[in-house]
Design a protein around this ligand. Structure first.
Ligand SMILES: Nc1ncnc2c1ncn2[C@@H]1O[C@H](COP(=O)(O)OP(=O)(O)OP(=O)(O)O)[C@@H](O)[C@H]1O
Ligand code: SF4
Ligand SMILES: [Mg+2]
Length: 395
């Protein structure tokens, strides 16, 4: 059973003081998990690390490693019932054309205001929602081309960790049963091997045998998230989509769970998509960050570039919303005003124009394309910011 990279050194042992948390869900995904497939060679890992520095929307600076995930033109339009006769001629454009890659071992943060389409995108990637259009190519395979057992196997590789661990854990099941369930359902272990695997998973997330017979209500929020993470890990996924996994937790617990996720990523060579509302939540865990606005990516780039030199005014506004402890360093711009427009009738041209302090006529008429503005950093804006700070500005 084991895609575990090392056997004697679990994250729990590395960070014994942590107490945990995390929620998740059993989700599903993927392909036959041969242990070897879960690991990269050192050269592949190095290439992936190098490539992940890229901030480009769809491609990486280097092509030494193949992307684990390629998202192409991904859309989800939910029909809206209208009027007495329920004519479904309006659509919530929840996700309206996403293009990006995620390299093996990378963490891509996805941020944006409530309702911008983050969860919808995540659910399409893990195959919980069927896209209206576009492709999710995982490990070189277009998931839409799979059927039956292939889909089930593919879903093992793609797991989802949810914001609320309590609602994703059956309150009538013990921790042992909760963690064993995915292994049993997928026929991956039984008998002594099952027990050993469950104990190993609990240990990996910082829990122990003493927790196995307890029920979810007997745990703290952080510990419940750890149970959820153990369930996600059970199927040895290659990628985990973490949909606001720490938002519901006390601030003091959030760091512990983030550290756990980082430890697990290293140990099991996981690839993450990490969804959050704000940039601070993804700062320390992300290699690259995609900023979403009304169903589209408006900027994507390395964490360092986005924080140091945001190109899109919306990214800049999100950064301005981050509290600055030293009053002398407070930013002088006005905070972002107004609310996210309706995804049913998005504004013309650049959807951000009603809230943008730099909007000009062209912004109301013509939607800007997501284009490279600096090496590894793309934005969708006619008048990108901080171009003088970019080393290889393209406009
Ligand atoms: N099943 C559905 N039917 C109709 N509209 C939906 C459905 N699911 C989501 N939406 C709408 O799609 C848009 C995007 O929702 P989504 O949950 O993806 O946003 P989000 O960025 O995850 O928000 P939050 O940060 O609040 O979790 C919202 O306007 C939402 O109301
Ligand atoms: S295209 Fe115009 S309105 Fe849109 S973000 Fe850029 S400057 Fe603002
Ligand atoms: Mg959401």
């Amino acid at each position: 059973m084991s895609g575990f990279k090392k056997s004697g050194e679990h994250p729990a042992e590395q960070s014994e003081k942590e107490q945990f948390v995390i929620g998740e869900t059993e989700m599903t995904l993927a392909t036959a998990a041969k242990p070897d497939e879960l690991m990269l060679s050192s050269s592949e890992a190095a290439a992936a690390k190098e490539a992940q520095v890229s901030g480009n929307a769809g491609t990486s600076k280097t092509s030494a490693a193949a992307p684990l995930l390629q998202v192409r033109g991904l859309k989800k339009h939910f029909p809206v019932a209208k009027g007495w006769f329920s004519r479904k001629n309006d659509y919530v454009r929840a996700v309206d054309g996403l293009d990006f890659d995620v390299m093996p071992g990378e963490t891509l943060g996805i941020v944006g205001e409530s309702g911008c389409g983050k969860s919808t995108a995540g659910q399409m990637i893990v195959q919980l929602l069927e896209p209206t259009d576009g492709q999710v190519i995982f490990d070189g395979t277009d998931l839409a081309s799979l059927s039956g057992e292939q889909v089930r196997r593919a879903r093992r590789d793609l797991q989802l960790v949810f914001q609320d661990p309590y609602s994703s854990l059956n309150p009538r099941m013990t921790v042992y049963d909760l963690v064993a369930e995915p292994l049993i359902v997928h026929g991956l272990a039984s008998g002594k091997a099952l027990k050993a695997e469950v104990m190993r998973l609990l240990e990996a997330v910082g829990l122990g045998p003493q927790h196995a017979a307890r029920y979810p209500h007997e745990f703290s929020g952080g510990q419940r998230q750890r149970i959820g993470i153990a369930r996600a890990l059970a199927l040895k996924p290659k990628m985990i989509v973490c949909d606001e996994p720490v938002s519901a937790l006390d601030v003091s617990i959030q760091a512990q769970v983030l550290n756990l996720l980082k430890d697990l990523q290293e140990q099991f060579e996981l690839t993450y998509i990490f969804i959050a509302h704000g940039l601070p939540s993804v700062k320390h865990i992300s290699d690259r960050i995609a900023v979403m606005y009304l169903g589209k990516i408006v900027e994507i780039g390395s964490r360092e570039d986005l924080f140091a030199s945001p190109k899109h005014p919306y990214t800049e506004a999100l950064l301005d919303a981050v509290p600055v402890p030293d009053p002398r360093l407070r930013r002088k711009r006005e905070p972002l005003s107004g609310e996210l427009p309706s995804p049913v009738n998005p504004p013309s041209g650049c959807a951000f124009h009603p809230r943008c302090p730099y909007a000009q006529d062209i912004c109301r008429q013509q939607a800007p394309a997501l284009e490279q503005k600096a090496e590894g950093q793309s934005a969708a804006c006619h008048f990108p910011r901080h171009m003088d700070e970019a080393s290889t500005a393209s406009r």
